[in-house]
Design a protein around this ligand. Structure first.
Ligand code: SDX
Length: 426
């Protein structure tokens, strides 16, 4: 059978180039351009990597047209409805869902590893009041490496597992401590008897000596939110994690870089921006004004929580969150006025040609903020919630990179458009 290739012709000189086409299990095939520069003396150009596959991966698959998302081949709706976040984290890291016993052992290890070195408290003390928790969290994960320096050079599956369990288990504690310190609240240590998600809400909301009421419905809602955020192919923050991992920097540095990348409002910071935007709009009669601004090319205003690089139909995670939000309005006391504003935005945008022609649909961030607010999680912590959910995915992607036969350092080229040959002035 003939090799699958694409022939390119340079019309300037008639040169032709045969480039291999590689097929995946599902989804678009790729044209392998790894020898393109050597053969043509030219680079390809793809601002924002909209048409570029950076790696082979077995972890997550997204079909942007169908609005489908799978982790290790399981549809996201199955995992969100039938499994827990720890099931999903285990799946991402180990390629298979855990047995009951494996899940129990994983959960116990998360509890035991949820404590952080007391020396980390000096780092928290060094930040001013009201420091953004994402800044503290990114610094905190990098600082973890100073307490585990003997594990900075890891390259065996057993070491990967220990590192993964350590970082996944400690991030909720670092997150809760970040928030409590930046608000002058007494820190609440993890409770060794509480499960992963319950423990985080406990550390966020409890008064000293265990005075807090956490309802199962709140724990389940947050656990599902973590599952929906757990991985998402080669998004900007995962690409940052892989880029740092490609230099053989240790995973603490890579995850810290992922946290910083996620913070941007075009990425994981969008959920905080969505709520701020809904609150700014305030009432349904002001929605038209902001829809007009979002469509105005001369106005930098964008509808936060709308649009996605890959999904050109409804983000399946947004669908799942909208269902959770609608189910929990009463029980969680979700802000119905902001829901009305959100529903009005959605109703107008989904029928307006500007949004339809650009395939702009609500994404995961459009709905998560309203649920998080009803869980008494402050806006500044919304991106932190995203970090807790995404960490198992980032680590699974980092491990997949390390397990490749050859790790090529990430080093794109450029189209130089600057000045040249300038005369030196002495
Ligand atoms: C996440 O990659 C991932 O997987 C990310 C994520 C994950 O799980 O990791 O899914 C999480 O980051 C979700 C996205 C959260 N961000 C936001 O909600 C911010 C608002 N959205 C936009 O900034 C934007 O839609 C992006 C960043 C999400 C996608 O940007 P693209 O793919 O680069 O698209 P683009 O900027 O080229 O926009 C295409 C057109 C432009 O108009 P034209 O130049 O064609 O006339 O659509 C317009 C844009 O102006 N547009 C919007 C818009 N988003 C795009 N116009 C108004 N409001 C918006 N939100």
């Amino acid at each position: 059978m003939s090799k699958k290739t694409m022939t390119l012709t340079d019309n300037r000189n008639g040169n032709t180039y045969e480039l291999p086409i590689l097929d995946g299990t599902v989804g678009p095939s790729v044209v392998d351009i790894s020898t393109f520069y050597k053969e043509t003396g030219m680079f390809t150009f793809d601002r924002g990597y909209t048409s570029t596959a950076s790696c082979r991966s077995e972890i997550t698959y997204i079909d942007g047209d169908k609005g489908q998302l799978m982790y290790r081949g399981y549809d996201i709706s199955y995992l969100a409805n039938e499994k827990t976040f720890l099931d999903t984290a285990y799946l991402l890291l180990n390629k298979e869902l855990p047995t009951a016993e494996e899940l129990e052992n994983f959960s116990e290890e998360m509890k035991k590893r949820s404590f952080i070195h007391e020396g980390m408290k000096k780092l928290f003390d060094s930040f001013p009041d009201r420091a953004h928790p994402m800044a503290i969290l990114s610094a905190g994960v990098s600082a973890l490496s100073t307490f585990y320096f003997d594990h900075l050079d890891i390259d065996t599956p057993q070491e990967y597992t220990e590192m993964a369990n350590r970082i996944i288990a400690k991030i909720p504690t670092l997150a809760a401590f970040s928030y409590r310190y930046s608000n002058g609240l007494p820190i609440i240590y993890p409770d060794i008897k509480k499960g992963f998600t319950e423990n985080f809400l406990y550390m966020m909301r409890s008064y000293p000596h265990n005075y807090v009421d956490l309802r199962p419905i709140e724990i389940k809602a947050l656990d599902t939110i973590f599952t929906l955020h757990a991985d998402h192919e080669q998004n900007a923050s995962t690409t940052s994690v892989r880029n740092v991992g490609s230099t053989h920097a240790h995973p603490y540095a890579a995850i810290s870089a992922g946290i910083s990348a996620l913070w941007g409002r075009a990425h994981g910071g969008a959920n905080e921006s969505v709520i701020r935007q809904l609150e700014m709009i305030g009432t349904v009669d002001r929605v038209d004004e902001f829809i007009a601004r979002a469509k105005d090319k001369d106005d930098s205003f964008r509808l936060m929580g709308f649009g996605h690089r890959v999904y050109k139909s409804f983000d399946p995670r947004a669908k799942a969150l909208k269902a959770i939000r609608n189910d929990l309005v009463e029980e969680l006391g979700i802000n119905s006025e902001l829901i009305e504003v959100a529903n009005k935005i959605e109703q107008i945008a989904l029928n307006d040609d500007y949004f339809i022609s650009r395939n702009l649909y609500p994404n995961i961030d459009f709905y998560s903020g309203l649920i998080l607010q009803s869980l008494i999680i402050p806006k500044v912590m919304f991106a932190v919630i995203f970090v807790i959910g995404r960490t198992p995915g980032w680590i699974a992607q980092w491990i997949e990179l390390q397990e490749q036969d050859v790790i090529k350092i990430a080093r794109p080229r450029q189209l130089y458009v600057g000045t040249q040959d300038r005369t030196p002035e002495y």
